[in-house]
Ligand binder design. Structure first.
Ligand code: FAD
Length: 356
């Protein structure tokens, strides 16, 4: 197990605290009581028990790409470093079960499978973060969600270190939602996932200009999962800022899902408003469009702003405070509710506390 190895020496928090600045893609300074990176599930269990004995709180993080960290986290922070991957083909070789541990980078998993010709996860290429965090908000992109391919997952209780498997139904997946944002929030560590993939060609190219990109790349040949993944990467790279260059946590707000009657009334006033009817009859709106209509795309407020290509992405230019970002998020929410009567819900998880 690697111990409290990340940077020390920032001003706030007790002397023995550790910096989490490198652990969140927004890049805000934050500190926690202590930190560990267990390199096996058994080492994680030992750490859970030690934290319990010390009567401290334990928070699990992954790549920090869906987090807004407040300056002080009064907790032990654990980042799983176990990342084993096994692909077990079925007897006829036409499908496979993928066993992957929490610490593996999600994008690495997608590219390993796509380059070996397995279909399933290719539309989810380039989503930052770790496999253990993927079920938390049921990651999704380009018409595919994790839940479409998850068979089951294993969780470890943060109370007593015991492990159990949960079926897909038990995870209560929804749009950017699961039981891990509700009843089980911060109560379990997701240790490993089992996913299904197939050799049967199942390209899903109905979003953006994936069809054009893939057909250009294949020049008449049938598409491959790798060609689809590369088309997704090219599309995303054009639209989304790279967190290594510009601090961000991806989409800052969920696309609101509203009753059909409310959307009809809005369409009377805004006929051009993009809207997507869902299987249950509700209608999803594009939060980015609503924000753009409020004239906020590309605005800058000191050290933070709204990305000029993508109104859903709040960015940190560096050197700022998390309070600036939260003030901008409140400004966006107020503008959208005033103009459209629609309340936006924040997507990244808020962790920690402001100093007294
Ligand atoms: C540029 C960019 C693009 C993005 N695009 C997309 C996208 O297209 N679709 C999408 O769905 N998301 C997207 N995201 C959001 C983010 O990448 C995903 O939500 C990702 O799954 C977060 O993984 P992480 O390891 O960084 O989690 P973290 O941010 O570290 O953690 C997120 C939450 O999960 C919890 N958690 C983390 N690991 C575990 C674990 N092993 N067990 C229990 N709890 C855990 C944490 O406590 C926290 O509450 C994007 C983010 C960025 C920065």
């Amino acid at each position: 197990m690697r111990g409290a190895s990340i940077g020390r020496g920032e001003p706030s928090g007790p002397a023995s605290s550790v910096s989490l600045a490198a652990c969140n893609t927004l890049g805000f300074a934050a500190r926690a009581r202590s930190f560990s990176e267990p390199d096996s599930i058994e080492a994680a269990r030992q750490q859970v028990l030690a934290v319990q004995t010390a009567n401290e709180r334990l928070i699990v993080i992954g790549g920090g790409s869906n987090l807004v960290l407040l300056p002080w986290l009064d907790a032990h922070v654990m980042r799983p470093a176990f990342d084993a991957l096994t692909i077990v083909p079925s007897q006829d070789g036409l499908s496979a079960t993928v066993h992957v541990e929490a610490g593996r980078r999600w994008h690495d998993l997608v590219m390993t499978l796509a380059s070996q010709g397995w279909w399933g996860l290719e539309n989810l290429a380039l989503i930052p973060g770790c496999c253990g965090a993927a079920p938390i908000q049921n990651i999704g992109a380009y018409g595919v969600e994790l839940a479409d391919h998850l068979l089951r997952l294993e969780v470890m209780s943060l109370e007593d270190g015991s492990c159990r498997w949960m079926s897909r139904d038990e995870c209560q997946f929804g749009y950017r939602d699961s039981i891990f944002k509700g009843a089980l929030e911060h109560r379990v560590l997701i240790t490993r996932l089992e996913l299904s993939v197939t050799r049967e060609a199942t390209p899903r190219l109905g979003y953006g200009d994936l069809v054009r990109r893939v057909s250009d790349a294949m020049s008449g040949e049938l598409p491959t999962p790798l060609a689809v993944a590369n088309a997704v990467i090219a599309t995303r790279s054009e639209k989304l800022p790279d967190p290594a260059v510009l601090g961000n946590a991806g989409s800052f707000f969920k696309n609101p899902q509203l009753p059909a009657g409310q959307v009809e009334a809005l369409l009377q006033r805004y006929p051009a408003m993009p809207h997507f009817v869902q299987a249950d009859g509700s209608v999803k709106l594009a939060a980015g469009w609503l924000i753009d209509q409020c004239g906020l795309k590309g605005v800058r407020r000191d050290h933070v702003g709204i990305h000029s290509q993508q109104a859903l992405v709040l960015v940190h230019f560096g050197g700022g405070q998390v309070s600036e970002l939260l003030a901008l998020a409140a400004e966006v929410r107020d503008a959208v509710v005033t103009r459209f009567g629609v309340t936006l819900e924040q997507e990244p998880r808020l962790l920690g506390a402001m100093p007294d």
